[in-house]
Design a protein around this ligand. Structure first.
Ligand code: ATP
Ligand code: MG
Length: 366
């Protein structure tokens, strides 16, 4: 899919903006604080209904104005559609329109404009604790598999209930009677989560390895092995076997769970490693390598989404070029051959052979 044109009124620092986009690369150039990231955020907001730097709709409205009006023409495989979102500065909830008809929920706009965003905060995904990596996998899977989304919801609810029992049993010891039931249920749903994650990480890993190899000029091999509960011997095994192995793990941690009053067993502690040529990225990755790997993961996510849905998500790359050597910059600017890409950059003189350059100064086209 591609955005043919986007028109903004009073969005962030844009008073009035309208621009046609290339179906390939759109390189957005400008000095610091001119509105490059804001432009990506506008695209993201049209696609998801919210900004990526704030959850507060009012912050998206240009200071001193009452509303922000965002519109875009989108061409997908089948037809051209128009999307429109209006955000208000007060408490009034946003308004959504598809083809000029008001829609009540974001769900009614699903699939019209999908995006995959890379922003500098994503770099910490590979360096920091496991929760960011789990979120990345969960988000990717939830968008593709409704069955996964409901299993995850059920898992989290059951986990919350089990945690409460472990905490509250000191005041109310009869709670211990129902504890095994919750633990077993957690193993049952947990097995479903592991089965989905193993398959997703397998496809993601294969695609990311390929992207990373091309990106690094054939020099580096990226792998993302799945780390789940230690008793699980093969995460691709049938769910019955996974459930059995989760139960074993729980049995051996029963006492420890009671002592610590915490859920110590289950896929809520899952993780995946970023491994480059056999070395952990977390401990040994250089800045450029970490950035290359993080972008490769996003490209892989996009490839899986487009294979699965038949529509290639629009790729939004905020500030990706810094810290990359010329070869890797060339990969981003000229060699991401498929679909529509938006890249922001504050170094003048950058060019793309695969699309157009858009220059921004103080919220205006230059
Ligand atoms: P950098 O190269 O530093 O990343 P940028 O071009 O990406 O810069 P943006 O993050 O897009 O810059 O922000 C540009 C400016 O937009 C900021 O100076 C900010 O004050 C301004 N801005 C943000 N929100 C609003 C708003 N609601 N109304 C008016 N201006 C805003
Ligand atoms: Mg920026």
């Amino acid at each position: 899919m591609q955005i043919d044109r986007m028109t903004l009124e009073n969005f962030r620092n844009y008073q009035c903006f309208s621009q046609a986009f290339s179906p390939g690369v759109n390189l957005i150039l400008g000095e610091n604080a001119q509105g490059k990231t804001n432009l990506l955020e506008a695209i993201y907001a049209l696609s998801t209904g919210h900004g990526f730097r704030t959850r507060k709709e009012a912050e998206l409205v240009r200071f001193g104005q009452n509303f922000a009006d965002l519109q875009a023409q989108i061409t997908g495989q089948i037809r051209q559609q128009t999307l429109r979102v209006v955000f208000f500065s007060g408490r009034r909830p946003k308004q959504l329109y598809l083809n000029d008809v008001r829609r009540k929920t974001q769900g009614e706009l699903t699939g019209v404009l999908t995006t995959v965003l890379f922003c500098p905060e994503d770099l910490s995904m590979l360096k920091a604790g496991s929760s960011g990596r789990r979120r990345f996998v969960d988000n990717g899977l939830c968008q593709l598999r409704p069955g996964y989304a409901s299993a995850l919801q059920l898992y989290n609810r059951t986990l919350e209930q089990k945690s409460r029992i472990l905490r509250d049993r000191f005041q109310n010891p009869t709670l211990l009677e129902v504890l095994p039931e919750y633990s077993q249920r957690l193993c049952q749903v947990g097995a479903v989560l592991i089965a989905y994650r193993a398959r997703y990480l397998d496809s993601l890993g294969k695609a990311a390895t390929e992207y990373h190899r091309a990106f690094s000029g054939g020099r580096e091999t990226l792998e993302i092995p799945y780390r789940t509960v230690s008793t699980v011997t093969d995460p691709m095994a049938p769910t019955k076997q996974l459930e059995q192995q989760l139960l074993e793990h729980w049995q051996s941690h029963r006492e420890a769970e009671l002592e610590s009053a915490q859920c110590l067993t289950g896929p809520h502690r899952d993780d995946f490693d970023g491994v480059l040529d056999g070395l952990s990225l977390k401990s040994f990755g250089s800045q450029g390598q970490t950035r290359t790997a993080a972008i490769s993961l996003k490209l892989a996510q996009r490839q899986i989404m487009s294979r699965d849905t038949g529509e290639e998500p629009v790729l939004l790359l905020d500030d990706v070029l810094s810290e990359l050597d010329p070869g890797r910059q060339d990969f981003v600017l000229n060699q991401i051959q498929s679909g529509q890409v938006f890249i922001t950059c504050c170094e003048p003189g950058r060019l793309t052979k695969a699309g157009q350059t858009i220059r921004i100064a103080a919220g205006k086209l230059e």
